[in-house]
Write a protein that binds this ligand. Structure first.
Ligand SMILES: Cc1cc2nc3c(=O)[nH]c(=O)nc-3n(C[C@H](O)[C@H](O)[C@H](O)COP(=O)(O)OP(=O)(O)OC[C@H]3O[C@@H](n4cnc5c(N)ncnc54)[C@H](O)[C@@H]3O)c2cc1C
Length: 477
């Protein structure tokens, strides 16, 4: 149980947002305290739900004056424990869920200005209603919020053509730890005026301030889209296909997700509504999306051209195109449900990593050998965004192994995987961030100069250390 805060402080916070927008220990706070997969159980004396940037500013000013630690929270879907109020720190959760207004859509500038608590799917829908596309696409899009996406610099399946969240944000509004409001909501595509402040807050995981609103880039809605499965004999062939498709389609290749045969087997075994994508099993599969701004026919003929060339050159074993939108959705659902399909198979030791794209086959081969050396029988379920070199390098437990027993190998498995990733010139966190879980790995992967610069930035914005303490960086006391 978290320590109660003083009644004076409670009254001051209540005066800012009103009684009905504060939750305390008499309420069920588990949604806000517990990591979404139950990996860490946090504690907080208070959850505060401001509605406006002015309320956020008053909350942070008071927190700064009283040295009260704050954990910003959006949809609380983050995978690194960044939004968990760690027990023992007595942090107060500031949830942006009531800051859910779209402020402005500008179709000539192709921008949408939204508050931090707008759910990602709502943003995608708003864009579509205006014949535009907001291309950030994650499995959690029905519940994650744009402030959280910005603060984790989220990736997802659209990065190949459109970049990650950092590439989709034009301007930001942020409340600084002392309660100052920075209004950087510009819509400028060109703005070379010194340090790019917004990029400091993107990916900062709530350690430098609270993002309250953002100007987002919109793109023309595609006129046609094709979704297909391809089967590959090896990851090298998958890379050949990626090169071929990129050379023919450029940015019209809007997704390329790699899935291993074992992933398809887990999906078929553990869910009822899927069928084997191709007639003959293949070691690897690609879920490929090709879009056209011109027409449906254009998307189809480009896709057919790429696949027939790939078949002729022996790059793919077989392929199937979705025949309608319902089937496109079903193909995508298989990809989205892949992490879930691992659950009935036992515990999984997961890594969200990236390497230079050409090194993916080496990562798979050497990584599997290293991990099975630590845990004989561990099953590699490596999948994800091949086009970005970002692989979810997961290892399901050996068949029939005890969950808890298997997870005692986590540290040793993490170590061999991260060491290999660094040797290959990769990153220990491709898209999920650092949060609570990867702080030690960050220390090992960054140079002393990089770590010193990061600590100086943290100290400069948050000298009292009230913003999300215990996350991203270990700060000297
Ligand atoms: C099923 C599933 C699929 C997923 N797929 C992907 C994927 O493909 N790619 C990917 O990148 N991630 C993925 N994620 C992880 C997660 O959804 C993303 O990290 C997402 O961006 C988090 O948004 P959120 O609103 O839930 O943030 P939260 O979890 O609430 O917070 C995340 C971090 O940001 C901080 N924060 C939140 N809001 C603010 C704010 N307004 N100002 C300052 N700091 C803030 C928090 O303190 C915390 O450190 C997935 C998660 C799930 C459950």
């Amino acid at each position: 149980m978290a320590e109660a805060i003083s009644s004076e402080l409670l009254n001051q916070f209540t005066a800012i947002v009103g009684k009905k927008n504060i939750l305390d220990s008499s309420d069920d706070l588990t949604h806000y305290t517990d990591e979404n997969r139950g990996y860490v159980i946090g504690q907080t004396p208070l959850v505060i739900k401001p509605k406006t940037r002015e309320e956020v500013a008053q909350i942070l000013k008071l927190a700064s004056e009283t040295g009260t630690p704050i954990v910003p929270q959006g949809g609380h879907t983050g995978h690194m424990g960044g939004g968990v109020p760690i027990s023992g720190i007595n942090s107060i959760v500031v949830s942006t869920e009531r800051m859910n207004k779209a402020r402005d859509i500008d179709l000539s500038a192709n921008t949408l200005t939204v508050e931090a608590g707008v759910i990602l799917e709502t943003i995608q829908d708003l864009a579509a209603q205006n014949n535009r596309l907001f291309p950030l696409s994650l499995g959690s899009q029905g519940s994650c919020m744009i402030g959280g996406n910005i603060s984790t610099n989220a990736g997802g399946t659209g990065v190949l053509a459109f970049g990650n969240t950092r590439d989709l944000v034009m301007g930001l509004e942020v409340v600084l730890p002392d309660g100052e409001i920075w209004d950087g909501l510009n819509k400028l595509r060109k703005n070379n005026t010194g340090y790019d402040l917004k990029n400091l807050f993107i990916g900062a995981e709530g350690t430098l301030g609270i993002v309250t609103a953002a100007v987002l880039k919109l793109f023309p809605a595609p006129a046609g889209k094709e979704v297909a499965w391809a089967g590959f004999a090896s990851t090298l062939k998958a890379l050949d296909f990626l090169q071929l498709a990129k050379s023919k389609a450029g940015n019209q290749l809007t997704a390329f997700e790699l899935i291993p045969r074992i992933g398809i087997e887990f999906l078929l075994k553990n869910f009822d509504n899927f069928s084997d994508p191709l007639e003959q099993p293949c070691p690897w599969y690609g879920l490929i999306e090709i879009s056209s701004g011109r027409s449906e026919d254009d998307a189809r003929s480009l896709t057919e051209n790429i696949f027939s060339d790939a078949l002729e050159k022996g790059i793919i074993e077989d392929a199937v195109l979705a025949s309608n939108i319902a089937q496109q959705k079903l193909f995508w659902k298989m990809r989205e449900d892949l992490p879930l399909s691992q659950h009935p198979e036992g515990a999984s030791i997961a890594h969200d990593i990236s390497v230079p794209i050409g090194k993916v086959p080496e990562l798979m081969e050497r990584g599997e050998a290293l991990v099975t050396n630590v845990v004989p029988g561990a099953r590699m379920v490596a999948f994800g965004h091949l086009g970005d070199g970002n692989i979810h390098f997961n290892f399901s437990s050996p068949v029939g192994a005890d969950r808890e027993q298997y997870m005692t190998n986590r540290k040793a498995v993490n170590e061999v995987v991260y060491q290999l990733v660094l040797e290959l010139g990769g990153s220990i966190s491709a898209e999920h961030g650092i949060g609570l879980f990867k702080k030690d790995a960050l220390e090992q992967s960054k140079s002393p100069v990089e770590l010193a610069m990061m600590r100086q930035i943290k100290n400069c914005f948050d000298p009292k250390g009230i913003m999300n303490p215990g996350k991203v960086l270990n700060m000297p006391q």
